[in-house]
Design a binder for this molecule. Structure first.
Ligand code: PAF
Length: 276
């Protein structure tokens, strides 16, 4: 695997191979890789001739300084995992390589910025779109791969790509779960054993909603599912059933998704499931 930490070297390499009509796949990550990320690498390798993973813990998308500080950065382990997964290129820049002082980003995220994740993490999607736009315009991939766990992020990035008319096909890959159902996340390593057990309530509540969707009125169903969170260690931020395309309150029973965000101790987790 080739590894670059400057834009110049990455672009020089990509320019040297671009004429060969290769399909380029980009897997943007913040590192602390797990099976979910590796499934994105596998999806890219299936569709593309050249797979690039970026590892960059993007400071502008953290709305809590503490969360950024605590974000795990096991870079050597990540490199080994990428190598083993057959990734062709790693791009792993420093913050100063990606941002200059007092940089501005004027893209307006729209309605998705005010609901669910957007509401609870002010500024988060501005930061995500800022870095993803930089990565997209740097790498100019044919395909980019994201996890369905960050479903709202995927919709936000889809809008960004349309807005700037970037010729990139986006692919959302299925959520990968631990054996016990917990959606894989880089933040899971922060959970102690008790917190891990409690975090299974997210999956249980989503399964409950899926099993009863259409059988009970929406509000009653959500109220019952909120009962899964009656625990001192759990702090539910939202549990909502929404339209899959807009995440607005549902008006079509067919294209629905249930989304949840909950802190377990000091670790914030999200999950979702398509309905029915
Ligand atoms: O999903 C993530 O890991 C990040 O939000 C992303 C897309 C790599 C941007 O920093």
């Amino acid at each position: 695997m080739k590894s670059f930490n400057t834009k110049e070297k990455l672009v020089a390499y990509l320019n040297s191979v671009r004429g060969k009509n290769l399909k380029i796949g980009l897997v943007p990550t913040m590192g602390a890789l797990h099976e979910g990320h590796l499934s994105l690498i596998a999806a890219s390798k299936e569709k593309c001739d050249l797979t690039i993973a970026s590892i960059f813990v993007n400071p502008t998308q953290f709305n809590k300084a503490d969360d950024l500080l605590k974000y795990p950065k096991p870079i050597e382990r990540d490199k080994q995992l990428l190598e083993k997964a057959g990734c062709d290129i790693l791009f792993n820049p420093e913050v100063s390589e990606m941002y200059h002082d007092n940089e501005r980003w004027n893209y307006k995220v729209g309605n998705l910025n005010t609901i669910l994740e957007g509401k609870f993490r002010p500024g988060h999607y501005e930061g995500v779109t800022q870095i993803v736009y930089k990565l997209f315009t740097l790498v100019e991939p044919d395909f980019a791969f994201f996890g369905q766990k960050d479903y709202q992020q995927f919709l936000v990035i889809s809008e960004l790509t349309k807005h700037f008319k970037l010729p990139i096909q986006l692919q959302a890959c299925p959520i990968i779960r631990e054996k016990d159902g917990l959606a894989m996340s880089s933040r899971n390593v922060r959970l102690n054993q008790l917190e891990h057990e409690k975090s299974l309530q997210l999956y249980q509540s989503l399964k409950f909603i899926k099993a009863n969707y259409g059988k009970l009125p929406k509000e009653g169903l959500l109220n019952q599912a909120k009962g899964f969170y009656n625990d001192d260690l759990l702090d539910l931020e939202y549990l909502e059933i929404a339209d899959q395309h807009t995440l607005s309150p549902i008006n079509d029973q067919k294209n629905a998704i249930v989304l949840v965000a909950c802190s377990v101790g000091s670790t914030r987790l999200i999950d979702n499931m398509m309905l029915p």
